[in-house]
Ligand binder design. Structure first.
Ligand code: OOB
Length: 542
């Protein structure tokens, strides 16, 4: 299906696009073309390693050829340029093959996370009018083929389900590839490459339309800052579909530079440390809770971690105390990353002093990242004071996919994205994340929109009202707490029953409230709205 530029996805005004091209940020590359060039330049280098259950490797030539054959197979099944394909694969080689095959024909991967369930997947499939859904057979004890069957039943437009592994009633991904009959009529560099997921604040996730030009620029910038090159061996520990391990600099940044990406099936030290040793890993990206676990496990490990040179930590606030411990424990350099799938990514730099690295969340990739820090009336705050972070630039979107109303609230008239983060800027231009104005819970890097969970709990027949808030947590940074008011005369409920009700609705497990408390009333603001601030502080004192 052809997409209408500027309608499905708002785009940069022409004068900005011209500026970003003239500055050399947008170079007219596509992902399909990028892989083709790397395969020509160094065909026999290893691009990808999938170590489990038995070790598989892909050279650049093999990855390129396999993407071609899979692209030809998708085309033969009627998947064409502009079509959306929901991809829900864990960290396996097939994930990379599938997305490069889609890039090559200009179909758009929609990056679901392995944890997503019926609620999220059916939203992605129906909202994007997806024609196909790609799943593993089983992952983490869950049968994705059953989920796919249910999704297919309720989504008439979904024509294909492809399964990596044993397909059951669906089509095996391994059956799809065929000989290409000629060159592909691929996408233009300014066109969309894929849809990423937003953390979300209101109800279900918004979708983030990223172009080849803009995303490739963020990769190039990230590679330069992190020192990624052909010798880099990057361990993908977090879910490969998330923006951070994908592009900051992530496995895509590594492929861009001609290095090797190794896919870890699980993030725990028992899985990752042996891989660091045997695969001679030089770089990885972690969320703060994982960085804590690794820091603690490093002292007792018998594995040789000495190849590890750089660890990036981001996705949620990393405490200064924890940050101070990482470098000595893991014997490598730390870089903090404060990024967002909507665009802007900040890094501390390799030549920053230790104080800057442990106390700030970095500065933007690009000299053309416009950053404003403003008060509630959108007026710039005095330098050094904290306020709302607004940003626009060569790799920050100008609007979400098909969400004009939401876009009016989330972007200023002159195109700045309202990040919802409260930050201040140090004299060196580094940003310090002080908090958040958006109604979102950041559970160790996994984002939860309270409203989505509230809507599910409200459907319970005994529930009169509900408010979901964050509570501080030593390990995760934040956990979720659902305050529930029961209907008058309703059967009393136990917290476990509320959690079970949410789980049974088919939702990612990380969104199930960690805690449930029953109350008689909510504190209200002056205008009668529920005061989440008061609820949060009540929870903090509990
Ligand atoms: C990354 O992307 P998202 O889209 O999952 O989440 C973005 C939000 C930010 O707006 C901020 O609220 C929070 O996550 N965040 C941080 C942070 N990094 C992200 N809050 C405090 N300190 C940090 N270092 O999370 C993401 C995307 C690309 C690179 C890194 C992270």
């Amino acid at each position: 299906m052809t997409l209408t530029p500027g309608v499905d996805a708002p785009t940069w005004p022409p004068e900005f696009a011209e500026r970003y091209r003239a500055a050399g940020h947008w170079r007219g590359e596509t992902f399909g073309g990028m892989l083709r060039e790397r395969a020509a330049a160094h065909p026999d280098r290893i691009a990808l390693v999938d170590p489990a259950p038995e070790r598989r490797t892909w050279t650049y030539r093999e990855l390129d050829a396999r993407a071609d054959r899979l692209a030809a197979g998708f085309l033969a099944r009627g998947i064409t340029k502009g079509d959306r394909v929901v991809v829900q694969l864990p960290n396996v080689g097939e994930f990379v093959e599938v997305v490069f095959a889609l890039f090559r024909i200009g179909a758009l991967p929609v990056y679901a996370l392995p944890a997503h369930r019926e609620t999220e997947i059916s939203h992605f499939c129906s909202f994007t009018e997806a024609v196909a859904y790609v799943v593993p057979d089983r992952h983490a004890g869950f049968d994705h083929r059953d989920l796919a069957a249910r999704i297919r039943e309720r989504t008439p437009g979904l024509r294909h389900v492809f399964v990596a592994g044993d397909p059951g009633e669906h089509t095996a991904l391994s059956e799809v590839p065929c000989e290409p009959s000629g060159p592909f009529d691929g996408p233009e560099p300014h066109e969309l490459a894929f849809l990423q997921l937003s953390g979300g604040t209101t109800g279900l996730n918004k979708l983030i339309p990223r172009t080849h030009d803009d995303y490739l620029y963020s990769l190039r910038g990230s590679d330069e800052i992190c020192g990624v090159d052909g010798d880099t061996r990057f361990l993908v520990v977090l879910p490969a579909a998330h923006n951070f391990p994908m592009s900051s600099p992530g496995w895509l940044g590594v492929l861009y530079a001609g290095g090797t990406a190794v896919l870890a099936p699980k993030p725990d030290p028992a899985t990752a440390f042996p891989l660091i040793e045997t695969e001679r890993i030089t770089m990885t990206a972690l969320v703060p809770p994982l960085a804590l676990v690794w820091t603690e496990a490093a002292s007792a490990t018998g594995h040789d971690l000495s190849t590890l040179e750089l660890v990036l930590v981001g996705g949620a606030k990393y405490s200064e105390q924890a940050a101070r411990r990482l470098e000595p424990a893991l014997g490598c350099t730390l870089m903090q990353v404060f990024g967002m799938a909507e665009g802007l990514v900040n890094y501390t730099r390799r030549d920053d002093d230790t104080e800057t690295v442990v106390t700030t969340q970095g500065r933007p990739i690009s000299p053309d990242d416009d950053v404003r820090i403003v008060d509630d009336q959108d007026r710039d705050v005095p330098e050094g004071e904290f306020g709302h972070l607004l940003t626009r630039g060569p790799y920050t979107i100008r609007g979400y996919w098909r969400a004009p109303d939401h876009n009016r609230r989330s972007f200023t008239e002159d195109g700045f994205y309202r990040t919802g983060d409260i930050v201040r800027r140090t004299p060196t231009g580094h940003l310090v994340v002080e908090g958040r104005a958006k109604d979102q819970i950041n559970r160790g890097g996994e984002k939860i929109a309270p409203e989505e969970v509230e809507n599910i709990i409200l459907a319970h027949p005994s529930v009169h009202d509900v408010s979901v808030v964050s509570v501080p947590d030593e390990y995760l940074g934040e956990r979720s707490l659902a305050y529930v008011i029961l209907r008058r005369g309703a059967e009393p409920l136990k917290p476990a029953a509320v959690k079970r009700f949410v789980r049974e609705r088919g939702i990612a497990a990380y969104k199930i409230p960690d805690l449930v408390e029953f109350v008689d009333a909510f504190p209200r603001t002056g205008v009668g709205k529920i005061s989440k601030t008061q609820l949060r502080s009540a929870a903090g004192q509990a």
